[in-house]
Design a protein around this ligand. Sequence first.
Ligand code: F0G
Length: 360
Amino acid sequence: MAHLWRGVIREYMDRLDIKSDNPIITLGEGGTPLVQAPALAKLVGAEAAWLKFEGMNPTGSFKDRGMTMAVSKAVGHGAQAVICASTGNTSASAAAYAAAAGIQSVVLVPKGKISLGKLSQAVAHKAQILQVKGNFDDCLRLARELSENYAVHLVNSVNPDRIEGQKTGAFEVVDALGYAPDLHVLPVGNAGNYSAYFKGYQEDLEAGRIYKIPQMWGYQAEGSAPFTVGHPVAKPETIATAIRIGNPASWDLAQNAREVSGGRFGAVTDAEILWMHRFLSQEVGVFVEPSSATGAAGLFKASKAGEVAAGSKIVVTVTGHGLKDPMWALKDERGKEIKPTSVSAKAAEVAERLGLSKSS
Ligand code: F0G
């Protein structure tokens, strides 16, 4: 009989920091596909590679795993409103879960720097949206300040409930494979997700479900790479707007995760991100938003430097759906717009345009 996935809180109740009588606000998040990616494994010379396809969550990104926890606990505390700063995905998720809970959401986004798909989600779910003249880091500073002084509950990943929910991504990888991969690769912005996967693996290790933690490899965009330069970046720039963050909120957690796991941070160019974005959709069959291709782009770069061991088993988290920011798919390698050809509704003309030969 088919098993109906009940959302990450009910599926992992015994491993999460939540009381059994806390209200549960869920949209059925988690349980996302772990997609075999032989084309990626071949490209980087690994034994096997999988994509943890987080675009398959209810609002199209991994944020939902953390948001079910953060909003459930906010409601448990009697909150009437939640607030977040966002490059788009957190706000889409916060707005949806607040709608499900019947409370208000307030979102602060950097003006002109979030994709239309994500903005439309916040509007659709009736968030109060303010576009801030500044970048994500300014938005987060404001959201923190407001939540400290006003009756509004912060649901950014500086709230530990978010990390707690997102660690279930690692649980699912282990449940699906039966072991931990050698490498786990992710795109990094605030480094909340990077830290959350590490926490999940660490708890699996302590519980004896795995016998080693994967090396955690986190990649940023070159113009927005505080972990590579070793300090916050005042003016982050990249086309990967989801990870256009100069002052990561989970700095210390991430440094610890990197050190304990024997992992690394690195950076890739926007061109390398867009190349991998296309490779994943054309060769693997998984459509992600550009930011989500950053981890895989970093993995490819490392493989070209001979840094991926031949027998490696690798999981790459692809964080958000391609439909969030579809305009990038409609451009070719040189940035030229791709437009399908128009034809009349006649089979002979269509066949000619397609270069089809007659069947015998
Ligand atoms: N990938 C996507 C698609 C994201 O939206 C984000 C973060 C990340 C990766 C990085 O995750 O911050 O935990 O290191 N987006 C946040 C937002 C900042 O507001 O939606 P992180």
